[in-house]
Design a protein around this ligand. Sequence first.
Ligand code: AMP
Ligand code: ZN
Length: 465
Amino acid sequence: MKLYNTASRSVEEFVPIENGKVKMYCCGPTVYGYQHIGNFRSFFFEDILKRVLQYNGYDVTHVMNITDVGHLTSDEDSGDDKMEKKAAEEGKTVWEVSKFFTDIFMKDMELLNIIPPNTFPKATEYIQEQIEMVKELEAKGFTYVTSDGVYYDTSKFPDYGKMARLDIEGLRAGERVEFSEEKKNPTDFSVWKFSPKNEKRQMEWDSPWGKGFPGWHLECSAMSKKLLGNHFDIHCGGVDHIPVHHTNEIAQSEAANGEKFVNYWVHGEFLLMGDEKMSKSKGGTLTIARLKEEGFEPMHYRYFLLNAHYRKKLNFSEEGLQGAKNAYEKLKERILSLKEKAANENLTDTPNNYKEKFLEKINNDLGITEALAVLWTMLKDDTLSANQRLELAYDFDKVFGLQLDKIEKAEAADDIPGEVKSLAGQRMQAKKDKNFALSDELRNKIKEMGYEVKDSKDGYELKRL
Ligand code: AMP
Ligand code: ZN
C-alpha cells in the first residue's frame, strides 16, 4: 500500500511499526460550533484511509480528539478561547456548549457513515497528562515562563519546522507575525496559559506554574502518547495543520519523549466555497442538516466527496452535489435491479480481475475516484452474474461506505418514514422469532401509519395505502 507522506513530500510504501497493526491519530473538532461540510471532508478522508487499511487486513487503532479547551481565536497564542467566547455569547456554561456541539458532531459522523474511532478523548479529561508533559519539557530545558504562560522555546529544538519545511530564518526576520515582546522567537508557542488576572475562566486548573489551561497543541501530544504510545504510525489532519499545529506537536512530543513521534503524516486538502477555504471565520459554511433541508442526503455528500482525490482541492457547488445525488440514485437503481436478477438466476462464478484492479487503485495513495470507476465498470459487465456483481459491490463498499447493502426496494420507490421502516424491520425479526402475535401487532401499527407491509424475497416491501 502506498501513501503520500507530508514529511518526505513523496509517495511511500506503507510499512507499519508492528506487523499487521496500525496506530492512527486524527485531529478532531473544536466543539464551539457546528462542524461544517468542509471539516467533514477531512474526517471523511481519514475514514477512507482507515477503511483502506482495514481492507488490506490491518488491525487499526484510531484515535480522534475532541478539543473542548484552549483553542484560541488566533493561532499565535492571543485572542479568546473559542469555547469560553461561545459560552459567553450564548449565556451557557462551556460544558453545555461542548456537549451540545459534540452530540451533533457524533450524529453527523454517523449519518455520513464514518466508522467511529476507537476513542474520542477530550482535552479536558487529560489535563494531568498535559501538565506532566510540560514538566518533562521544563526538566529538559525546553520552556520559559512569561507573564501570560509557559512557552516552548523553538530555538532549542534543532528540527523545528522540518516537516512543514518552514523558513525559520525568514520567520525570524519577522515575516510571519508580529509577536509578543516576551516571546524569544516568533515560532514559540504556549504549552500552558495563565488565567487572566482579573477574570475567572469557567475552565481552569491548578498547575505548578499557576492557575490556567493547556495550550491547544499540547492535548494532541499528551493524548496520543497516552493512547497510542510515544511513536506511532499515522497522524492525519487538514493541510492547515501543517505549519503550526502539527509542527508544534512534533516539537513537543519529540523533545519530551526523546524519540521519533510519527512515521507518516497524511494531510487532506480543503473543501472550497467560491475559491476560498470553507471556514467559520469566513462565513458561508454549510452543515449536513442544511444539506438535508435542501433535499440532499448524507450519502449524496459522501458520494460527492468520492469524486476527488484527498490531496486535491475540491470546489463545493450545488450543481456538483446534484450531480453526485443523481449518480448515487442511479447506483441504487443498479443495485436494486441486480438484486431482482440475482433472486432468479443460478449461481455462477466467472473468472475476473475486478478485485485486483480495485485494490491496485485504492492502494495507490487512496485512488478512490479510480476505484469508483472500477465499481461502475464491474456493475455494467454482463459477463458476470448478478450475484457475483452484488458480492463484489458489497465488498468494495467496505471502502466506499455508501451503505449499498442497506438499499431496499421500498426505500428507492417511495420516501417512506424511518419509523415505518423500523417497525417493518422489527416485524421481520418477530416473524423470524416465530412471534406471530407481535408480528401481527406490528403490521397493524404500520397500517395505522398508512402503509402496507408485504413479505418479499429480499425481506419485505412497503407500500403506501
Ligand atoms: P477545527 O474544528 O477547526 O479544529 O477543524 C477540524 C478539522 O477540519 C481539521 O482537521 C481541519 O484541518 C479541517 N478543516 C477545516 N476546514 C476545512 C475545509 N474547508 N476543508 C477540509 N478540511 C477542513
Ligand atoms: Zn492535533
